[in-house]
Design a protein around this ligand. Structure first.
Ligand code: FES
Length: 215
């Protein structure tokens, strides 16, 4: 899974950046332009702010393109207390929390705290979004289909298995939230469409079986 990172650091904090994971949500530049300025080279200056404000800003990055490591005595990023899933209108699914991605045969291939997952089916960097949905004029609502809440009983990791040429199979507690963070429902199971063809987005309805491949 390609997540090659560039590193920008001083003796208090290291900022890492994955260009392929960046979808230009622009939370960084709008919150802390002295550190993150796309018009400057290099565009990240770790000396432009205090480590705490840099860390606060990076935790707002929905794609996980930005990460940090503390080199002072402060702890690194902890996952959000609650795993959350949010479908972005005509775009990816944002997932936050204690996250694990597994291959179809159950191997753990990626751990993270913030992800933007492709749901148009055409990203060149699956399972991550790479903004291909914009060129493809992908259309999907922001909301979630009505579902009955079935909250998980135990806190823990949200495991997301990439079914072979099929959906993302969710296992573990999560809350589906809207743009304001309001909880729409809770669950510990589910299959998220990643082919872009489902008529019941963001959930899979089996339409991927009509020839979609994840490669
Ligand atoms: S993954 Fe899209 S319909 Fe199943």
């Amino acid at each position: 899974m390609d997540d090659k990172r560039r590193r920008y650091e001083n003796d208090r904090i290291a900022i890492t950046f994955s260009p392929r994971r960046c979808i230009h949500a622009a939370e960084c530049g709008s919150n802390l332009s002295a550190v993150f300025d796309a018009g400057r080279k290099p565009w990240i200056n770790p000396d432009g702010g205090e480590p705490n404000e840099i860390a606060d800003t990076i935790r707002k990055c929905p794609s996980g393109a930005l990460q940090y490591e503390r080199k002072d005595a402060e702890p690194g990023e902890a996952p959000d207390a609650r795993n959350t899933v949010r479908a972005v209108k005509n775009g990816p699914v944002y997932v936050r929390g204690n996250l694990e991605i597994l291959s179809a045969d159950g191997e753990l291939v990626h751990r993270d705290t913030r992800l933007a997952l492709c749901r148009c089916g055409d990203s060149g960097n699956k399972p991550f979004c790479d903004n291909t949905h914009i060129e493809q004029k992908f259309e999907a609502p922001a909301g979630m289909a009505d579902r009955e809440s079935a909250p998980g009983t135990e806190p823990g990791a949200l495991r997301m298995t990439l079914a072979l040429n099929g959906p993302i199979l969710m296992s573990g507690p999560y809350s589906v939230v809207d743009e304001e963070g309001k909880v729409l429902f809770e669950s510990e199971k589910g299959a998220l469409c990643r082919c872009g063809r489902s008529s019941n987005k963001p959930f899979c309805d089996g339409a991927h079986k009509q020839g979609w491949t994840a490669d």
